[in-house]
Design a protein around this ligand. Structure first.
Ligand SMILES: [Cu+2]
Length: 480
């Protein structure tokens, strides 16, 4: 039975077939084996995909699709290495997928159609069984295509934090908060949204001599903004005391927007990026995050007052993308002060070292095909929109150097599934020891990463901006 036949079924038949199919797929080589009858075992987690309302402010409630009646969905906490069963129930009329972003798990449960994960049928259910790893700040979200439908895929509220605990948490903080950046109520926008302080002022090693000036397609704009499920001021503040060390787990859960964050009067000690401890935890004034990226930062609370933590883009912050940080016994007006101009530079969090020579270097060139009057631009990887033939082949155990050449003016958050990679170089600056699963390559910039091919099976690579991914900006790596 192929997948198309499979999704035709609904209701009970699909429930049983879904379980049977997953069980069968779990028996493939390289997969965790399961005791017979595990499809009847009690699930450790249940996610119900269904319409939800989100009260962003007392006067603005929006409708979307979420998990377990909320958006963001529940914080899931898993123990590294301890197998889990997640039951996913789809109470919508369209097939869905739940992707576990940043986990080293087989393609059959990664939540990606291109890799062969079974869809959760409309009004059906499926069990995902996997061994959570590696430890760190991960997240889960839908991985369906949206195309020109701004009510599907990452434009919905289907996302949440997933923490994988190793048991080695040093715990040198007084308070832990989970903050996800979000826009809501998307619309087609003829103009590029202003993320002004993200514009590329650095070197542009990939800028072509002659630029294509044909008219571009539409962008996505948003009407409402929040951190988690509340616009700024509508939810509880982060309540702190002088001297507290607050661990912020930050996630950019946007469908399309790169963001810069600041907290006036305070600095961020960056301890992890994409959930992985950084070699050199530097302290910085601002944090840049593309869609899909996570940052763990410690903030020392040394400036009593009431402050705004939020995006430095004034329009988006004033429309809700912020949260108040309120010291005990302080009742001032919340303060915002624009941070000093600074450059977000991944490489300062690394160490000085050179990586071993790769077995193979794979060049990846990204270009935009302006769509003119069409809805969205198209995107190519090495001159072709997805799908490619057999270009991206890996041998198990091989060490690969991927050179991401961004020949467009947009900054792209590039995500590799089921693996992490080590940053080698950004726009000519070398670094080592920074492990990530998503890297933002600046406009006309270049990033080089090393990846060890140690997770056999189909592996999707794509830009984490939904409309870029949907219109060509992806590639499927295979193991040969
Ligand atoms: Cu992109």
């Amino acid at each position: 039975m192929n997948r198309r036949d499979f999704v035709k079924f609904s209701g009970l038949a699909a429930i049983e077939l879904g379980a049977a199919r997953l069980l069968q797929s779990q028996m493939q080589p390289g997969m965790q084996s399961h005791a017979p009858g595990s499809e009847n075992a009690k699930a450790d987690f249940t996610l119900r995909i269904a319409p939800v309302t989100v009260e962003l402010t007392p006067t603005r409630t929006i409708s979307t699709i979420g998990y377990n009646g909320t958006s963001p969905g529940p914080l899931l906490r898993m123990r590294e290495g301890k197998p889990v069963i997640v039951e996913v129930i789809n109470d919508t009329d369209v097939p869905e997928l739940v992707h576990w972003h940043g986990l080293f798990i087989p393609p059959e449960v990664d939540g990606v159609e291109e890799e062969g994960t079974p869809l959760v049928p409309p009004h059906g259910r499926i069990r995902y069984q996997f061994v959570p790893q590696p430890a760190g700040t991960r997240w889960y979200h839908t991985h369906t295509m949206a195309g020109a439908d701004l009510h599907r895929g990452a434009y919905t509220g289907q996302f949440g934090f997933l923490m994988i605990d190793s048991g080695n948490d040093p715990g040198k903080y007084d308070k832990e908060v989970f903050l996800a950046l979000r826009e809501w109520e998307p619309f087609f926008n003829p103009e590029e949204d202003d993320d002004d302080d993200q514009s590329n002022s650095g070197p542009m090693p990939e800028r072509p001599k002659i630029l294509d000036t044909s008219p571009s397609g539409l962008e996505v704009g948003y009407q409402m903004f929040s951190i988690n499920d509340k616009s700024m001021g509508a939810g509880e503040p982060i309540r702190v005391k002088q001297g507290d060390r607050v661990l912020m787990h930050l996630l950019n859960a946007s469908a399309s927007m790169n963001r810069r964050l600041a907290l006036p009067g305070h600095r961020f000690q960056i301890v992890a990026m994409d959930g992985n401890t950084v070699p050199t935890p530097q302290t910085v004034d601002v944090i840049d995050m593309g869609p899909g990226e996570r940052v763990d930062a410690i903030v020392e609370m040394t400036q009593p007052g009431v402050w705004i933590f939020g995006t430095t883009t004034d329009d988006a912050r004033n429309a809700g993308m912020g949260i108040l940080v309120e010291y005990a016994n302080q009742h001032k007006q919340p303060q915002w002060v624009a941070p000093p101009k600074s450059v977000w530079d991944y490489t300062i969090f690394g160490r000085t070292a050179t990586q071993p020579a790769p077995d193979q270097t794979i060049d990846m060139i990204f270009q935009k095909i302006p769509s003119g009057a069409g809805p969205f631009n198209s995107w190519t990887v090495n001159g072709k929109e997805y799908p490619h033939d057999q270009e991206f082949a890996l041998k198990r155990g091989g060490r690969y150097r991927l050179v991401f050449r961004n020949r467009s003016e947009d900054a792209h958050p590039l995500h590799m599934h089921r693996h992490s990679f080590e940053l080698v170089e950004i726009n000519g600056k070398a670094t080592a020891g920074i492990m990530k699963d998503t890297v933002v390559v600046p406009g006309y910039g270049r990033a080089t990463v090393d990846m060890v091919a140690d997770q056999p099976g189909l592996t999707l690579f794509h830009c984490h901006i939904q409309q870029h991914m949907d219109y060509g900006f992806k590639a499927l790596f295979r193991y040969t």
